[in-house]
Design a protein around this ligand. Structure first.
Ligand SMILES: Cc1ncc(COP(=O)(O)O)c(C=O)c1O
Length: 453
């Protein structure tokens, strides 16, 4: 056993291909359904909003997909990212477990999101697109896409969930530094936004609403396409660079992981982290995958596994996934990036097949874990990431009780340097724990239209 704190790969060891989990699933992924007809979506249906290269990746059954050189060149600005051994956290917890975390906070935008924004901007540029429209919750995705558009010379329009726009002004500044225009959603720029404002002028917005606005913007402008920061297969594919590096780094450390832990908003960082390990589990390796979500947006732990829209207005294809209903508007908790009503269809299938387990935490215990982590390992984690830390710490505390020397690996999806207002609220004792009422979840689930699928 070596005694290092970080396991670092050289640029030469950067993976040259993404891993596509689709051919290795226990059963095939059911198709997306057209919102108007209920029939399976064709590549042509998706062309108004996505470039063909990404549509092909969305539907690909190839296990390995080459990463083009211009993408690798941008990845190398921060990749490969370090895998840390959290020795000081282990000591503080007095656990026999070995805790590692894969640090995606070292990217320019401070999270895992540029792993997919860079390829998305690249493939759009290759197909002659000049502007991308997108939504953002906490501002992490919007800033990541702004950075990527700047790298490839594309214009970028961001619809930012209104509550975050005002809570997190510095993320908006980052997007503007990288050259984007940013609007608090719902806006009066789109039909979707105007409809919401007519019903509720004080709407705090939601990811679902902002997605409707960005999709509509892309569909109505010839030169513009839409970019999504999570949920879809091609997004999860790009994020597998994280798990592929982690696998190599664990091998270098002489480790076989027992538990992989990550937080889930739409599911991209968690999926990218665990998918490269899924074939090992399906072949019989004893490894657990733990997906962590907030109790205020309990998609896996309390949602239904059913076809639903990806957005609030019902413009996107319907996908078979865990969902709280597309009309669900979660309370404005601080982990803005975890407030989405659905979860990625690929991840949902694996949860449904019990390959992946899920659990939910309220925000006070999550912030307690974040403070413990910051005071031992130094880095101040994003509130989203802190959900993973809570679960990772709980796994390590279980090992303390049983004496098991497990290897626990946590996806450290981003830093919280722009979330300090949330830390202030926690330290002042002002954060409220919120459990979304079952009756309201049932109401939103009942409102999902039934299609033949
Ligand atoms: C730091 C961080 N982690 C996690 C997430 C959740 O997204 P996903 O589930 O797609 O990884 C977000 C979303 O904005 C985020 O900013």
């Amino acid at each position: 056993m070596n005694d290092s704190y970080k396991i670092i790969l050289s640029e030469k060891e950067l993976p040259q291909q993404w891993y596509n989990v689709q051919p290795d699933l226990p059963r095939p992924l059911p198709p997306y359904l057209h919102p108007a007809t209920g029939k399976p979506v064709t590549p042509e249906d998706m062309l108004p909003i996505f470039p063909m290269a990404l549509i092909q990746q969305e539907m690909s059954q190839e296990r390995w997909i080459d990463i083009p050189d211009p993408i690798l060149d941008i990845y190398k600005l921060w990749r490969p990212s370090p895998l840390h051994r959290a020795r000081r956290l282990e000591k503080f917890l007095q656990t026999p477990a070995r805790i590692y975390f894969k640090n995606e906070s070292v990217s320019p935008a401070g999270s895992h999101k540029p792993n997919t924004s860079v390829p998305q901007a690249y493939y759009n540029k290759m197909e002659g697109v000049t502007r991308l429209a997108t939504e953002t919750g906490a501002g992490q995705w919007g800033s990541a896409l702004s950075f990527a558009c700047q790298a490839f010379g594309l214009a970028c329009t961001v619809y930012m969930v209104k509550v975050s726009y005002y809570q997190k002004p510095y993320r908006r500044s980052m997007m503007q530094v990288w050259g984007s225009e940013v609007f608090p959603s719902p806006t009066d720029r789109t039909d979707a936004g105007r409809n919401i404002l007519a019903k509720n002028p004080d709407s705090p917005g939601s990811l679902g609403i902002a997605i409707s606005e960005a999709v509509e913007d892309a569909a109505k402008h010839e030169d513009t396409k839409y970019a999504l920061g999570s949920v879809l297969n091609h997004v999860l594919l790009h994020q597998t660079i994280v798990g592929l590096e982690t696998k190599k780094q664990l091998q270098l450390a002489g480790e076989k992981p027992d538990v992989l832990v990550g937080c889930v908003g739409g599911g991209s960082n968690f999926a990218g982290f665990v998918f490269p390990f899924v074939p090992d589990k399906l072949k019989g390796d004893n490894i657990r995958f733990v997906a962590v979500e907030p109790t205020s947006c309990p998609t896996f732990t309390k949602g239904a596994y059913t076809y639903d829209f990806g957005d609030t207005a019902g413009l996107t294809p319907m996908m078979l996934m865990y969902t709280l209903g597309h009309s669900f508007v979660p309370p404005g908790i601080h982990a803005g990036g975890l407030r989405y009503h659905g979860d990625a269809p690929l991840l949902s299938l694996l949860v449904h097949e019990k390959v992946i387990e899920a659990r939910a935490y309220p925000q006070n215990p999550v912030f307690e874990a974040a403070i413990t982590f910051a005071r031992t390992e130094g880095i101040i984690p994003a509130p989203e990431t802190s959900h993973a830390l809570r679960a990772g710490i709980d796994e390590a505390l279980k090992c303390k009780e049983t004496g098991e020397e497990k290897c626990i690996v946590i996806a450290f999806s981003g830093h919280g340097f722009l979330d300090l207002a949330a830390y202030d609220s926690y330290l002042e004792g002002k954060l409220e724990d919120f459990e979304y009422p079952d009756s309201m979840i049932q109401e939103a689930i009942c409102a999902i239209p039934k299609f033949p699928g």
